[in-house]
Design a protein around this ligand. Structure first.
Ligand code: HMG
Ligand code: MG
Length: 306
């Protein structure tokens, strides 16, 4: 089996993770989290979201966060932008990349961004154009590619249709997302393989939530196809406010442990990510969801006690 020799990890904990936390996380904590992640070696850090604060109050401090972080040269600081109002926020905050997010499911599109899939693409068109005109990267996310909390099954054709629509907007990267973590490896392979027939595989990324514990297996299935970019979340933070019951993204620490164990480079320091995971989990008053983080912390505690 030939796997990619290098994998890019997009760290989404500060956005996808923290957007779903019940308790208020102060901007100062988010800033320290993003800075710890850049220090750990990530080249793309999703740092906030310029969406309506009525819809997602947890992201209301995104401008403050973007203004407070210490930018590391070469790191892409990305933010979510659902419309031109969001784009204005992204531009003012000097984001390097905007993320437009649509769904392969009509029902989810309505619940998440209050419009149909077709309407969402028309809203994203000026965002993508403005981003390009301002020298920013454009990444897209296709939600519910492996299942939807409202309509259940989602066809491969709907995913491909959504990928084609985003390709038409000139996206640099299209992320295929298992928003509610229901997918299993054979289905993930089939969906990514179909997407790669209409958009370059090198520009397709995987975004797996770990609700049913399938995310590592799904990442492995994608690696086998040659997918080399994945979104992951430090400490396994996250969920989705519009997908009840969905738990966090696959934990960054778990994916790094798997990739490094397979001899695949990421350029990211696992120990520093574990420290960042402990930091944010302490701020949230709980243990990291990442099993690797918990295991390595226990090993360290045992070594210190000996
Ligand atoms: P709407 O209510 O239909 O929009 O929301 P509207 O244009 O009628 O505006 C309503 C109010 O929101 C107005 O304020 C606007 O100014 C304001 P009011 O006049 O009532 O005071 N508004 C905004 N404020 C700040 N920033 C903006 C903005 N736009 C409008 N950008 C809208 C439509 C898209 C805005 C709304 O539905 C929304 O913000 N949704 C966000 C949903 C969201 O963030 N979901 C989570 C992220 S997606 C995700 O997690 C999935 C992903 O991880 C992949 C995966 O796992 O699937 C990426
Ligand atoms: Mg997500």
């Amino acid at each position: 089996m030939k796997y990619p020799s290098h994998v890019n990890i997009v760290e989404v904990g500060a956005r996808d993770g923290l957007q779903n936390e019940k308790q208020d996380v102060p901007a100062s904590i988010k800033i320290e989290l993003v800075d710890r992640l850049s220090d750990a070696g990530f080249r793309n850090i999703e740092s906030g979201s310029f969406v309506s604060p009525k819809w997602v109050p947890q992201m209301a401090t995104s401008a403050e966060v973007m203004a407070g972080i210490t930018r590391k040269p070469g790191v892409i600081y990305s933010v979510l932008t659902p419309n031109m109002k969001g784009f204005e926020g992204a531009l003012a905050s000097k984001a390097d990349e905007v993320v437009i997010f649509g769904a392969a499911s009509e029902a989810f599109s309505q619940k998440n961004i209050n419009c149909s899939i077709a309407e969402s693409i028309e809203r994203f068109r000026p965002v993508a154009e403005a981003a390009k005109a301002n020298g920013m990267r454009v990444r897209a996310a296709v939600s519910c590619a492996l299942g939807c909390p409202y309509q259940g099954e989602v066809s491969i054709e709907s995913v491909v249709d959504c990928v084609l629509r985003f390709a038409d907007l000139g996206c640099d990267d299209i992320g295929i997302a298992d928003t509610i973590g229901v997918g299993t490896p054979a289905r993930a392979s089939a969906v990514f393989e179909a997407a790669a027939k209409v958009f370059p595989l090198a520009q397709i990324s995987g975004h797996f939530h770990d609700t049913y514990g399938q995310a590592c297996a799904n990442v492995l299935a994608c690696l086998e196809l040659g997918v080399s970019t994945f979104d992951t979340s430090v400490a396994g933070l996250g969920g989705c406010p519009y997908a009840k019951g969905a738990t966090g993204n696959v934990a960054t620490e778990d994916i790094l442990y798997m990739l490094h164990g397979m001899g695949i480079e990421t350029g990211v320091d696992l120990d520093k990510v574990c420290d960042a995971g402990q930091f944010i989990s302490l701020a949230l008053g709980r243990a990291p969801h990442s099993r690797v983080n918990r295991a390595l912390a226990a090993k360290l505690a045992n070594a210190r006690a000996a």
